[in-house]
Each structure stands twice: as structure tokens, then as C-alpha cells.
Design a protein around this ligand. Structure first.
Ligand code: CAA
Length: 258
């Protein structure tokens, strides 16, 4: 079912599994990959039968960064005129949930894309880093901001200034990843978690995602007010009636997404 040049896509019932597929470049993220991901995420977001998405790479590399060979010769004028990397914001506007399942290298843009996900499940082989400083630049896809939000100033600053890689266990302790699993179980565990999410009420799923994300944009008081209003709004849905009636009747809820 795939017309994508840099992705392999499988459907597992209500879960879409997207694999980055440029093995010759350790899944380095070039313009074609971005074009493919924007299209694949738009298809996912628009399909009511698909309720969660897992983005993964290979055992060796989730993604070893933005494609250095593509960027090397660019000048300021070209980068500025193209607003290079701005297209990644479309990926972050995906309303439905998605998980990054990371094995091996998640460096530079690879780490940044993983952090765009709603959460990361890491294989014990995962290595996260923002090594752009070694190339004479900085992160450019949100890494300095999302890393600082995720793991705090000290570790984010240390990683950006030294370019060192952080292993899976340290990443879990630091709050960068939700869970670490053996590499052999990564896809099965990610699909299992995605299947749990896919079985929840669709509107409540989007609302929960919007709320947690609001915590990173809004001051606390506004974030709490936003949460309360969205909570109130869900009482206008059929699925709130169904979810609470099913609990009282001790039966499984049947969601309509209304
Ligand atoms: N861009 C383009 N090509 C890349 C790449 C990248 N980010 N990372 C790896 N490759 C290519 C290599 O050039 C190599 O290609 P050739 O066989 O044609 O030489 C192939 O992938 C395999 O890589 P290595 O031989 O280097 O593999 P290794 O196992 O020896 O090392 C590695 C693995 C440590 C990840 C090393 O490849 C590496 O350091 N890669 C670059 C990491 C990096 O600097 N990432 C940040 C990029 S900039 C960025 O992402 C900016 C941003 O904010 C978005």
C-alpha cells in the first residue's frame, strides 16, 4: 500500500506502523523523507479507522539526523528562503496520537523527530544525542527546546554543548522516554501500547493529547482552565454518556467517536 520512497507502511488493525527506510544512510532525514512523512501522517490523521500510529526505524538507527549531505552546500539565503525544516511543524500538528519506537541511533534530527512524538518507547540499544555542535551548527528541528522541556536545562545543555550520546537507561531516568524494552520486543511492545490507545474513545484521546501539550505552551493557570473547559466539553459527546453508562452497567464501552 506504499507509494512512499523513504517509508514502509503496515496496518495492524487500528494501528499504522511507519518505518523510516533509508538503510544506506542510517535513515538520515532528507527532504523526500519529510514529504513522505507529512503525507503519511495526513493520511493517518484523516482515517477514522486508524487510531494510533507508531513511527520506527531499523534496529541500528531510528534516524542518524537530518541528511548532512543534502545540507552541506546550502547557504543562508537558500535556507532562509526555503524556511528549511519548517515543514516538520506539519508533522507536529497531527491531532491523533503517535509513538516513536526507537532502536539504535536517534541523533540530531532523529532525536528531534522522536521528541515530536507523543512519547518515546526505547529499545535498550537506543542512543539519543544532539551532535550538531560537532558539525558547527545547532539543532534546527526543535531539539534545543524539546530536550530542555523533557530533561531540564543541565542535561539538555550538556548534550547540546558536548554532542554526547545518552543511552536508553539514562534517557528513561531523565524522563526523555516513557519506557525501555529489550530490542527484540520493541515493535511488539509499541504495537501493544498503540493498540491500548487505539481502543479508547477517539475524542477523549485527542482532548487528552491537546491538554498535555498545552502544559508546554501555557502558564499553569491558563493550562488548568483549558483542561477544565475541554473536560466540560466532553460532556457534550455521546462517548461520555456511553463510557459512564458502560461503567455503571459493568460492560465494555462501545465508542462511536461522537
Ligand atoms: N546524513 C547523511 N548521511 C548520513 C548521516 C546523516 N546524518 N548519518 C549517517 N550517514 C551515512 C554515512 O555517511 C554513511 O554513508 P556512506 O556509506 O555513503 O559513507 C552511512 O550513513 C553509514 O554511516 P557510518 O558509516 O558513519 O556508520 P557508523 O556506524 O560508522 O556511524 C553514526 C554511525 C555514529 C551515527 C555516524 O553515521 C554519524 O555520526 N552520523 C551523523 C550524526 C549526526 O551528526 N547527526 C546530526 C545531523 S545534523 C541535524 O540533524 C540537524 C538538525 O537539527 C535537524
Amino acid at each position: 500500500m506504499s507509494d512512499y520512497k523513504t517509508l514502509l507502511i503496515e496496518r495492524h488493525d487500528a494501528v499504522t506502523l511507519v518505518r523510516l527506510n533509508r538503510p544506506q544512510a542510517l535513515n538520515a532525514l532528507n527532504t523526500q523523507t519529510l514529504t513522505d512523512l507529512i503525507a503519511a501522517f495526513a493520511v493517518y490523521d484523516a482515517d477514522p479507522d486508524q487510531r494510533c500510529l507508531v513511527l520506527t526505524g531499523s534496529d541500528k538507527a531510528f534516524a542518524a539526523g537530518a541528511d548532512i549531505k543534502e545540507m552541506e552546500a546550502q547557504g543562508f539565503a537558500e535556507m532562509y528562503a526555503a524556511n528549511f525544516f519548517a515543514g516538520w511543524e506539519q508533522v507536529t500538528r497531527t491531532r491523533k496520537p503517535w509513538i516513536a519506537a526507537v532502536s539504535g541511533f536517534a541523533l540530531g534530527g532523529g532525536c528531534e523527530v522522536a521528541m515530536m512524538a507523543d512519547f518515546i518507547i526505547a529499545a535498550d540499544t537506543a542512543k539519543f544525542g544532539q551532535p550538531e555542535i560537532k558539525l558547527g551548527v545547532t539543532p534546527g528541528m526543535g531539539g534545543s527546546q524539546r530536550l530542555a522541556h523533557a530533561i531540564g536545562k543541565a542535561k539538555a545543555m550538556e548534550m547540546c554543548l558536548t554532542g554526547r550520546m545518552m543511552g536508553a537507561d539514562e534517557a528513561e531516568r531523565a524522563g526523555l522516554v516513557a519506557r525501555v524494552v529489550p530490542m527484540a520486543d520493541l515493535i511488539a511492545e509499541a504495537l501493544k501500547t498503540a493498540t491500548v490507545i487505539a481502543a479508547m474513545a477517539p475524542l477523549a484521546t485527542i482532548a487528552n493529547k491537546e491538554m498535555v501539550n498545552a502544559a508546554f505552551d501555557l502558564p499553569l493557570g491558563q493550562g488548568i482552565a483549558f483542561e477544565r473547559r475541554l473536560f466540560h466539553a466532553l460532556f457534550g459527546t455521546q462517548d461520555q454518556k456511553e463510557g459512564m453508562a458502560a461503567f455503571v452497567a459493568k460492560r465494555v464501552a462501545e465508542w462511536t467517536g461522537r
